[in-house]
Write a protein that binds this ligand. Structure first.
Ligand code: XMP
Length: 220
């Protein structure tokens, strides 16, 4: 995944035509499109190939099962044309290894959730987030998912893992996080859903977030 705008669109709409229209509209301002259960359950797995025309696709299935089932899920995701998959880390090293093995067979990437961005993410996941981050680095994952709603946690995780892993960070906009803050804290990409796809002009909204990040990276 190339890092240009540092913005990943979370495309959680449930209408195929709307998804394609938004993807086409914002393509110059996003480095990837994240698709998950809402869009895929509504439209089918083939939406992945349709959207891959516009940007690399991250399949957010938060895979969290035993190794064999994880393997079967990841095979389906990559066969469908996704460039990366998001998996949970709390299921343990063997479950994560199964995902990473399949990803390497397909030359694709795995992102591991360390701590989720919503308030409940601090209840059970935050206490084990650093152990999950370390495990993800040792297992050879490509990146982590860390919360834009808590930039101080992104900073802590970045310090812990150094440059070994990339960090993608959801929670900007609708959940209260600010793109420039989380990039300053050490995230490589922000993930933005509602603030882009629900905007009157998704293109302008994506452009503004990309500009905010660019200014932060220039040190303005
Ligand atoms: P909004 O509309 O809040 O959408 O900008 C955020 C998107 O990101 C997903 N999400 C997460 N995914 N770990 C994840 O793997 C998280 O902590 C997390 N928080 C939000 C959410 O499902 C939506 O697609």
């Amino acid at each position: 995944m190339e890092r240009n705008t540092c913005v990943i669109l979370a495309l959680d709409v449930t209408d195929r035509k709307e998804a394609i229209r938004i993807a086409e509209d914002v393509r110059e301002f996003v480095d990837a499109i994240k698709v998950g259960y809402p869009l895929i359950l509504a439209t089918g797995l083939r939406i992945i190939r349709e959207l891959a025309e516009f940007a690399p696709i991250i399949a957010d299935f938060k895979v969290a099962d035993i190794p064999n089932t994880n393997r079967l899920i990841c095979e389906q995701v990559f066969e469908a044309g996704a460039d990366a998959v998001i998996v949970q880390g709390f299921t343990g090293r063997d479950s994560l290894d199964a995902c990473i093995e399949v990803a390497s067979e397909y030359r694709k990437d795995v992102f591991v959730v360390s701590e989720m961005s919503h308030p409940g993410g601090a209840e059970f996941m935050q206490p084990v987030a650093e152990a999950i981050a370390k495990m993800a680095a040792e297992a050879g994952a490509f990146g982590l998912v860390a919360p834009a709603t808590r930039p101080e946690r992104v900073k802590r995780i970045r310090k812990l893992i150094g440059d070994k892993l990339t960090i993608i960070s959801p929670g900007v906009g609708a959940q209260g996080g600010k793109a420039s803050d989380v990039i300053a804290a050490g995230a490589d990409w922000v993930i933005v859903g509602r603030s882009i796809y629900k905007a009157e002009s998704p293109k302008e909204a994506a452009c503004e977030i990309a500009a905010e990040i660019e200014a932060e990276l220039r040190g303005e």
